[in-house]
Write a protein that binds this ligand. Sequence first.
Ligand SMILES: [Zn+2]
Length: 56
Amino acid sequence: METSNFIKLKCKRCNNAQITYGRATLWVKCKKCNKLLLRPQGGKAKLKAFVKNVFK
Ligand SMILES: [Zn+2]
């Protein structure tokens, strides 16, 4: 799956949705509960949370 654009992640724990860049090189954590939502793996982001929308 291509994740080269902005994506909306939905936290499984607290249901908070936040937008991040699909090719993030930093770990993305939930702004509310600090749960890990996304981590970089081999140059492409590994999704740890639900992707709600992909903006093209
Ligand atoms: Zn959360």
